[in-house]
Structures are given as C-alpha cells and as structure tokens.
Design a binder for this molecule. Sequence first.
Ligand SMILES: *[C@@H]1O[C@H](CO)[C@@H](O)[C@H](O)[C@H]1NC(C)=O
Ligand SMILES: *[C@@H]1O[C@H](CO)[C@@H](O)[C@H](O)[C@H]1NC(C)=O
Ligand SMILES: *[C@@H]1O[C@H](CO)[C@@H](O)[C@H](O)[C@H]1NC(C)=O
Ligand SMILES: *[C@@H]1O[C@H](CO)[C@@H](O)[C@H](O)[C@H]1NC(C)=O
Ligand SMILES: *[C@@H]1O[C@H](CO)[C@@H](O)[C@H](O)[C@H]1NC(C)=O
Length: 298
Amino acid sequence: MFVRSFVHYVLAAVLYTHANVASAAGELIPKTDSSNLDDFISSEYLVALKGVLANIGPDGALVDGADSGIVVASPSKAEPDCLGEPKYYVNKTAFTDEWGRPQRDGPPLRATAMIAYGNCLIDNGYASVVEKNIWPIVKNDLAYVAQYWNSTGFDLWEEVNGSSFTIAVSHRALVKRSAFANKLNKTCSSCDTVAPDILCFQQSFWTGEYIDSNINLQSEMKRSGKDANSIITSIHLFDPEATCEDEIFQPCSARALANRKAIVYSFRNLYPINNGSKDTSTIAIGRYAEDVYYDGNP
Ligand SMILES: *[C@@H]1O[C@H](CO)[C@@H](O)[C@H](O)[C@H]1NC(C)=O
Ligand SMILES: *[C@@H]1O[C@H](CO)[C@@H](O)[C@H](O)[C@H]1NC(C)=O
Ligand SMILES: *[C@@H]1O[C@H](CO)[C@@H](O)[C@H](O)[C@H]1NC(C)=O
Ligand SMILES: *[C@@H]1O[C@H](CO)[C@@H](O)[C@H](O)[C@H]1NC(C)=O
Ligand SMILES: *[C@@H]1O[C@H](CO)[C@@H](O)[C@H](O)[C@H]1NC(C)=O
C-alpha cells in the first residue's frame, strides 16, 4: 500500500519515454527519445520531485487531509479504505484490520534509509546524536531481519504470501550496517552470520532466464513471477562502487538486464497503449502481466 502509487509514479516516469501520459501529479511526462536520456532525466527530475511532494501531508496537492509528514500511498478512499502504510490511517491511527501483513521489507528499507542519514550526521560531527537516536532504531530493524529473513511474508504489492525477491534489501541493509556500526564502535554479530545466508537464498529467485519475484507461495495464485518487483529491487540495490555482479543483481549485471528484457516483453502485447509498437521500441509496462488491480494497467 505504501509503495503502490509512488512506485507506479516512478515507473511511469522512467518507462513512458515515448508517450505523453498523464502522471499521478496530473503533469505530462516530457516526450523524449532514448538517445537523449540525460535531457530526459534533468527535465523529469522536477516533474518527479513535484509528484513525490504532492503525496506528502499536510500540503501535498493530492493528499487533502493527511497529517504532517504522512506519505500517502494511494489517493483512493475505497477498495480498500486504507491509505498509507497498511498499518496506519493518514491521521496516524494504526490500522489493525486484516491487511497483507507482515511485509518483511519494511524494517530493512527503514534501516538502510536511517543508516544513510546517520552516516551523514556522523560525517558532520553528530556521532553522539546518532548513537542515541538512530542506532537503536537501526539495531532493532536489523534484529528483525536476522530473526525473520527466512520466514514468509507479503510481497511489495501486498498480494501474495511467500518469499519475495525484495528479500534482497535485507542483505543490502546488513551490508550497509557494517561500516556504519564500525563508526559507532557497535557490533551486530547476528548480522555477520545471517548476511551470507540471505545472499545465498537470493540466488534461488534466478530461474536461469529471469528473476521469479515470488517463490515459496502459499496461495493458489498462479503467476509467472515476471514482475516489476525485481526491477525496482535491483534499482534499490544499486551500488555505484560495485561491479556489474550477477550475485548481487546489480542493475547493470547480465542477470538484471536479461530479467528486464523478459519483463518488458511480458507486457508487449498486453495493453492497447502498446499496440503496434515495434520490437525495438519503448513500451509502457505495469506491475506484472496477471495484475487485476484496476484491471491491471501501466
Ligand atoms: C483516524 O481515521 C480513522 C479512519 O477514518 C478513524 O477511524 C479514527 O477514529 C481516526 N482517529 C483519530 C484519532 O482521529
Ligand atoms: C529458507 O532458507 C532456505 C535456504 O536458503 C530456503 O531453501 C527456503 O526456501 C527459505 N524459506 C523461506 C520461507 O524463506
Ligand atoms: C502466510 O503463510 C504462512 C506460512 O505458510 C502462514 O503461517 C501464514 O498464516 C500466512 N499468512 C496469511 C495472512 O495467510
Ligand atoms: C570509537 O572508538 C575510537 C577508538 O577508541 C574512538 O576514537 C572514537 O571516538 C569512537 N567513536 C565513537 C562514536 O564512540
Ligand atoms: C491491437 O490492435 C489490433 C488491430 O487493430 C486489434 O485487433 C487488437 O485487439 C488490439 N489489441 C489490444 C490489446 O488492444
């Protein structure tokens, strides 16, 4: 829920390079051609930033009524009546009814964000603030990862119960933790033992041709597993200092590129908007081909 419209927005922003399409913010995404990627990125930057800010309360244009600092997932108030992260209403009241929980990617994503923020504070002379306020949150989230990484949970679309490729962000959080903890003279022994196990498990999502985004499924739902999940996750894992390693699914790795092609092709004949596109042309993609949410669409 938390990710739904935001991710749609970013996907739209990144992938609809050949069509003028109304975005979540009601803006038109600039028409560009792929030879001019740098121009596209610089013009898209402001459009995307505006779209992100429009989703944040209390002043966001699209989130009337949201409390200060609340990041809203979807402006819809029906089907289901639950905005933001599945556990909270926009007024910060916890949502305790049944809803696609647990989602195991929350704690590692939060830890990674807090580590980046903490590193910045340490570099600017605020190590004691970090030790007192940030480290306890990170430590708690990493303890969750170490305890539950091998349990099932719901995928990022909050639909299937199993193991999601988003598990990769757990490995990343544990790795990022190492240098951060060192700066603070802290240890996390369970992190060191669990990280290699997670990396090993990540390999089982690779089918040989593409990433199967959902394995160990408990539900009856049949899916190919070709899912924008894996593209988004791979982007999340991007490390400018890494090489194009297959093992950690870097966006430039042979695996990630083959996966991206497989996913794009799974959408090629699916939507009227793509109809008539040439094999080499950019097309609009959605979450996954079997999607039925609002009839599944880009
Ligand atoms: C927050 O919103 C929910 C849903 O509209 C409502 O049930 C709840 O009572 C509200 N909580 C507060 C503290 O206003
Ligand atoms: C737990 O880890 C093992 C070993 O990697 C793997 O075979 C199994 O599918 C995992 N199960 C879950 C639910 O993560
Ligand atoms: C998800 O699957 C696990 C493992 O089979 C099961 O214990 C749990 O009850 C399931 N959760 C939901 C909400 O169906
Ligand atoms: C960590 O330990 C080193 C060496 O004892 C010390 O110089 C440094 O100030 C410590 N850092 C923190 C954040 O406590
Ligand atoms: C694509 O266009 C053809 C020819 O006009 C039509 O028969 C087909 O139904 C269209 N497919 C989609 C998905 O709109």
